[in-house]
Design a protein around this ligand. Structure first.
Ligand SMILES: [Zn+2]
Length: 68
């Protein structure tokens, strides 16, 4: 009997099997990083680096409200 683990990805609920999926229990490296909080607003960030207020806002290019 082949040993296999099966569960849903904590982030996107896609079915994930082990050992086929090396990032188990996540379906992918991306979901694993997202769940760990490494990803913020779609931008890759180093672990532990806080996101600034400007990064959290969606500011259009040329927006007068942009401040450094
Ligand atoms: Zn996933």
């Amino acid at each position: 009997m082949k040993r296999q683990l099966r569960r849903q990805c904590p982030h996107c609920d896609r079915e994930v099997t082990w050992p086929e999926t090396t990032t188990y229990p996540f379906c992918s490296e991306r979901c694993r990083l997202i769940d760990l909080g490494v990803w913020a607003s779609g931008d890759y960030r180093l672990p532990g680096e806080p996101a600034s207020e400007n990064d959290l806002r969606s500011v259009a290019p040329g927006d007068d409200e942009v401040e450094e």
